[in-house]
Design a protein around this ligand. Structure first.
Ligand SMILES: Nc1nc2c(ncn2[C@@H]2O[C@H](COP(=O)(O)OP(=O)(O)OP(=O)(O)O)[C@@H](O)[C@H]2O)c(=O)[nH]1
Length: 214
């Protein structure tokens, strides 16, 4: 009998670093949990600093691992969470459609992300998410059109989601990944510099191109 040694070859073409930002209690941790575990957490468990999750998705037939940092929304953690922004290829900026103040604070979150997330070429893909769209229309205080307008004015992708029903949750993560993948194909990123681009090249691609970051 021949024993074949197992070789640990990463099963992805790229790893994309994401961060999720936005006010406290908008549902950032729930969106991540729904994306990674297909579960909903009905109780608010305050994030301290940042938490981490991963899932591999397929974009244009290619396996892409998405590595997500879910940051704390509370103001008192703001300086800690800024340290997680660096080199994020995808930024998910979340508000709660039933709380106007979470929408009003978007400009300040966006400024933070633009300042701290990526290199000076501003190559992050940013997705604006209006979460909790499962609530009854009576509870809604931010219309879908307002969300769309803010996204358009600031060059962001946009979706309304529900972490409770999972509506659009996978789409929010995967559409962001598709845009990053398109940017790679268009040569927007310097993927050889993982730290600033937020993109790690997997073994298969790296051996084709003669480079690998880990
Ligand atoms: N109805 C409804 N409730 C939600 C949804 N997403 C989150 N929640 C609830 O909103 C509360 C806050 O959710 P979290 O995901 O913990 O909020 P967070 O943004 O991570 O908060 P911080 O960790 O403090 O930054 C919890 O009670 C969730 O159950 C949703 O899509 N619909």
């Amino acid at each position: 009998m021949h024993l074949v040694p197992s070789v640990n070859i990463p099963s992805f073409d790229y790893i994309f670093k994401y961060i999720i930002i936005g006010d406290t209690c908008v549902g950032k941790s729930c969106l991540l949990l729904q994306f990674t575990d297909k579960r909903f957490q009905p109780v608010h468990d305050v994030t301290v600093g940042a938490e981490f999750g991963t899932r591999t998705v397929t974009v244009e037939g290619r396996p892409i691992k998405i590595r997500v940092w879910d940051t704390a929304g509370q103001e008192r953690f703001r300086s800690i969470t800024r340290s997680y922004y660096r080199g994020a290829a995808g930024v998910l900026l979340v508000y709660d459609i039933t709380r106007r103040e979470t929408f009003d604070h978007l400009a300040s979150w966006l400024e933070d992300a633009r300042q701290h997330a990526n290199n000076d070429r501003n190559t992050s893909t940013m997705m604006l998410i209006g979460n909790k769209c499962d609530h009854s229309p009576r509870r809604r205080v931010v219309s879908e059109e307002e969300g769309e307008r803010f996204a358009k004015e600031n060059g962001l992708l946009f979706l309304e989601t529900s972490a409770r029903t999972a509506h659009n949750v996978d789409d929010a993560f995967i559409k962001t990944a598709s845009n990053i993948f398109k940017n790679i194909k268009d040569g927007v990123f310097d993927v050889s510099n993982c730290e600033s681009s937020g993109i790690t090249v997997g073994y298969g691609i790296a051996s084709q191109k003669g480079r690998c970051c880990s």
